[in-house]
Design a protein around this ligand. Structure first.
Ligand SMILES: *Cc1c(COP(=O)(O)O)cnc(C)c1O
Length: 408
């Protein structure tokens, strides 16, 4: 295409001829950026429909780049519809806002990702939506807390920070029998450890929707924030889209491009960080300073048999994220535990996981739960996430830190 000469350079530059590249088949899809999308005529402008993704109308409703990522994420998690949000937490918020209204009740596991509880205590409460926490390790506790106005049950497997693995299948069955929508925070499983939309492998049991912090494994870089909400239900997908539209929530194509670039290696990265985390967790099992290892794939960890049933149903190694916690001996002081975390050289202090750096965070469980869970030993909890360093180097780092700070 050639540009027609106008009298001003600005006009010429803006109306410059451009033909998208033909025969340019390459590993990464192109990154398409737009707020404005042009229509060929007014009739097209009036006709185009964004809700079913049959056409482009405006940047907030999606671009070829965001649609590509949504489709690939559906392939990853096994869902049918996907929306992208600017962070994992905003994915949780969009899901709750899309399905809850004043007068409704929502159930959350007491061991859920902390900010989801904070959202329930803040905005949901102020909008007249009540919530109750249930013990994810006790399906009867969930059953007994369902009310006539309960519209949504949040699920997480395993629990945040304390890493106990619930009987997810039983929890979903209870909600299904009461016809209550289930929402799974699927960040840990990432679509790789188990199939949230086909929990039994025979098409008979599914969660209603998943929320996923793409910030973690799909990004893999520790440098992008994004989230997704996914479902197989057409009506629910429309509700999600309408909530996104009304709140003006969308994502930037450059961030989408980063996730698209990382996505092809997600299974390799997940498996590598899983292997490393199991090696480190096994090392901790032999340390006197450690009274409990909390890693669902490690025998003796709370909910290990539930993890096995869901994530290793064939009796093989199964799948788990590169994330685990240890309970350090209660006789240590918090100062000693903090000094141990500070003494580590390869493990960085920082939140999130799934990136190249191994991370460590000391947590105070007593500030995060309604009560100290009975399956957790008393002590000081420290959470680790594995990066891509060599496991032997990481173990040497843990050894020097423990020798220096965790002596009795
Ligand atoms: C990190 C995380 C989130 C939130 O993701 P952000 O992108 O950091 O907002 C939600 N749920 C779980 C389980 C997470 O680990």
């Amino acid at each position: 295409m050639t540009s027609k000469k106008n009298s001003h350079i600005s006009t010429d530059l803006i109306h410059h001829g451009y033909t998208p590249p033909a025969e340019f088949d390459s590993p990464q899809p192109g990154t398409f950026k737009a707020s404005t999308v042009f229509f060929p005529n007014v009739a097209a402008m009036r006709q185009r429909e964004w809700k079913d993704k049959s056409a482009y109308t405006y940047g907030t409703h999606g671009t070829p780049t965001s649609f590509t990522l949504e489709e690939r994420l559906c392939t990853l998690e096994g869902g049918k519809h996907c929306v992208l949000t600017p962070s994992g937490l905003s994915a949780l918020a969009v899901a709750s806002f899309a399905v809850l209204k004043t007068g409704d009740h929502v159930l959350l596991p007491d061991n859920s990702y902390g900010p989801n509880k904070t959202l329930a205590e803040g905005e949901l409460t102020s909008f007249g939506i009540s919530h109750t926490y249930y013990d994810a390790m006790d399906p009867q506790d969930l059953a007994s807390k369902i009310q006539s106005n309960t519209q949504l049950v949040w699920l997480e497997a395993p629990g945040s920070v304390s890493m106990e693995f619930p009987d997810l299948i039983e929890l979903v069955k209870i909600c299904q029998s009461r016809q209550i929508l289930t929402a799974l925070d699927n960040t840990w499983g990432a679509g790789l450890a188990f199939k949230p939309f086909d929990l039994l492998g025979n098409g008979s049991l599914s969660v209603g929707l998943t929320a996923h912090a793409l910030t973690k494994y799909p990004s893999g870089g520790g440098d992008v924030l994004m989230g997704s909400v996914m479902t197989c239900d057409d009506a629910l997908a429309l509700k999600l889209k309408m909530t996104m539209m009304r709140l003006g929530i969308c994502v930037g194509p450059n961030d989408v491009e980063s996730i698209l670039r990382s996505l092809p290696t997600i299974a390799l990265r997940y498996a590598s960080q899983d292997r490393c985390a199991r090696q480190l967790a096994s090392w901790w099992k032999d340390q006197k300073a450690c009274v409990q290892v909390l890693h669902p794939a490690i025998e003796g960890s709370p909910g290990h048999s539930h993890w096995q049933a869901l994530c290793a149903p064939n009796g093989d190694q199964g799948h788990a994220a590169g994330l685990f916690s240890v309970m350090l001996h209660p006789s240590f002081t918090q100062t000693q535990v903090d000094a141990f975390c500070d003494s580590l050289k390869l493990f960085k202090l920082g939140y999130s996981w799934g990136g190249p750096f191994s991370l460590v965070v000391p947590y105070k469980i007593e500030n995060m739960r309604s009560h100290w869970p009975s399956h957790l030993h008393q002590g000081h909890l420290v959470r680790f996430s594995t990066g891509f360093e060599d496991p032997q180097d990481l173990i040497l780092d843990l050894s020097q830190g423990a020798k220096q700070c965790l002596n009795f």
